[in-house]
Design a protein around this ligand. Structure first.
Ligand code: SAM
Length: 351
């Protein structure tokens, strides 16, 4: 008899305060003005000089009056700052968002890098995906073929996109940690684990875990640097993957794929799951933490989500993972939907 499909459980979004950064990136004009304000030192200036007047800001930021007037107006309209009696201050909500400044800056930079793909080629993305794939900047950014030879150019390119994956993961990881009990885990393998940021967060919360990241050689090289200096570094290893994706290392009670499987077409995604099944200890757990299908709901997709939206074809429903998991032999499959800036899925299964 076929096992009944698990009912997805809806998770809470209580630990996602960091999403407040998106409030300042709802549209391109407001977000671009904020990015420039950060680049020009205007935000830092207002942090150091609360309640500053127009002329003192102009002098310190070296902006001519018309440029500063335009900039302050755009920032005010975006609720980054407010004016009282001719003096300018950062708003309280924006000060809160600055607690997550690395995320704010990474999201602004990521969206700006690929916004032209949307502005110039959205029709192709919808109707001629192959043409989009050939010309879009987002695929130049994520050049996995440049992650093998350790040259200065390749390292610089790889670091550039790893900044985005690492910063998003730093914050997204908490939702997984909140909703999955890692207390029985001792040996964890993160396939496509990137800079190690995901396992670093898990290891911080679970001192019994030793973790291994399997990723492309240059990604591992940069990842080793990333975790060096962390108290958990001695519990985190990196293993370089070959181009053939042949086998996964064994000896793990937990194998996870975070935001990794959507990169692959169905056939390769299923091969990764099959290899994970072979590599896992008997009774071991598989964990998939992935973005779900992007829905517009009643509101428009915000500017902050443009980089994610460009991959809209890659995101799957829970059933598209559950069916192959079941066929491969995994059991006790659970599905949890966690609402972050879009739905994420936490799927667990046992060998
Ligand atoms: C979209 S990124 C996700 C990274 C990370 N897990 C996260 O959530 O931010 C996909 C990752 O898969 C890695 N990758 C690509 N091909 C791989 C392979 N054959 N074996 C292992 N990792 C691979 C990439 O280098 C990248 O780090």
């Amino acid at each position: 008899m076929m096992a009944a499909s698990p009912q997805p459980v809806r998770g809470s979004r209580s630990n996602a305060d960091y999403l407040c950064v998106d409030e300042f990136m709802r549209d391109l004009v407001g977000a671009r003005a904020l990015q420039s304000a950060l680049e020009l030192g205007l935000v830092d200036d207002l942090l150091q000089n609360p309640s500053a007047d127009f002329h003192s800001i102009a002098a310190r930021c070296r902006l001519e009056p018309r440029a500063l007037h335009l900039m302050l107006g755009m920032l005010r309209a975006n609720r980054v700052l407010e004016e009282r009696g001719g003096r300018f201050e950062l708003t309280e909500p924006f000060r809160m968002a600055l607690k997550y400044r690395d995320l704010l800056e990474a999201k602004l930079d990521f969206a700006a890098l690929v916004a032209a793909d949307f502005a110039e080629m959205f029709t192709a993305l919808l109707a001629e995906p192959d043409r989009f794939f050939e010309r879009a900047r987002i695929f130049d950014l994520f050049s996995y073929d440049r992650c093998f030879d350790s040259t200065p150019d390749n390292l610089a390119l790889t670091r550039r996109w790893m900044r985005f994956t690492t910063t998003l993961t730093k914050y997204e990881a908490q939702a997984c940690i909140d909703h999955y009990d890692f207390s029985a885990c001792r040996r964890l393998l993160d396939v496509g684990g990137n800079s190690g940021e995901f396992v670093l967060r898990i290891c911080k919360a679970n001192p019994q875990i030793r973790a291994t990241i399997l990723d492309l050689p240059l990604v591992c090289e940069i990842g080793r640097e990333h975790v060096t200096g962390e108290p958990e570094a001695a519990r985190i290893d990196f293993v370089g993957a070959g181009e053939d994706r042949a086998i996964l290392p064994s000896g793990f009670d937990t194998i996870c794929f975070k935001s990794m499987l959507h990169d692959w077409p169905d056939k390769e995604m299923q091969e990764f799951l099959e290899r994970a099944y072979l590599a896992l200890d008997s009774g071991g757990k598989l964990l998939i933490f992935e973005r779900g299908i992007l829905e517009t709901g009643t509101g428009q997709i915000p500017y902050s989500l443009i980089p994610i939206m460009l991959f809209f074809r890659s995101y799957r429903s829970p059933a598209e993972y559950e069916t192959p998991l079941r066929r491969i032999g995994f059991r006790e499959i659970t599905i949890r939907i966690i609402e972050l800036e879009m739905p994420f899925m936490l799927i667990t299964a046992m060998k």
